[in-house]
Design a binder for this molecule. Sequence first.
Ligand code: ZN
Ligand code: ZN
Length: 275
Amino acid sequence: MRLSDTHTHTRFSTDSKAEPAELLSAASAQGLSYLCFTDHMDLDFPGDATQFVFDTDQYFRELLPLKEQTKGKKTSLLIGIEMGLRPGRPDLRAQIDTLLSEKPYDFVLGSTHIVDEMDPYEPEYWSFSGDRLLRYFETVYENTKEHTNFDSLAHLDYIIRYMPEKEGFARDYRVADYENLLEETLRLIATRGQALELNTAGLRKGLPFVHPKKELLLRFKELGGEYVTLGSDAHAAKDVGADIKTAAEVLHSCGYSGYTVYKERKPMVLPLSAT
Ligand SMILES: [Zn+2]
Ligand SMILES: [Zn+2]
């Protein structure tokens, strides 16, 4: 079984210093089939509109030659993007459509990084009353309903990494408490033939499971979901491919026979079993 990592960040992302060539070397050393860069593009980020925006001309100018070099090699490079989605913003939807039409992206991750104009990574987000996890899942649902121009829904339920610890219920949640919202979100992407991402970063942050929880992977399959992409969300070369094998095992145990890699924005299902 040959695996792939299709969620990684280079120095084109504000929160990474990783050299693209170093990430590629790390992926080759592990014998990954595909490595995809998915740098952050969060248009109109609250507080500083350009904080998570990069120069896409420069991105392709640097990365296309690197991609070219991997042709015929054991590890192929793909060029993607992690697009920040926001509800109630038709202006941003139009900007995203334009941006994605300008360059030959292989893969587009759709991510919810902002809820109520706040980043759940910041403790401030959790200081407001009410169920902050519910607000996040509502926002993911609204984003999924309103935005269609992405290939895989990234790291559903990742914000529990940032959840303040409470007695007996630290950084965890019950799928049953948010069942309708989560199911409707999964139904939307399954119906449209989009992918769900299995993201391993939580394991590096001390969580005992990959994102999203296994129950949601099972539900996605029941709803007709076919495509699941695998990503480490590495922001440094040392994390490329991290726990991807574990993610593949989880996926296999949920009854999926393959994982998905997008090339030129088209899904390819690669086998999960050794044979
Ligand atoms: Zn993200
Ligand atoms: Zn990411």
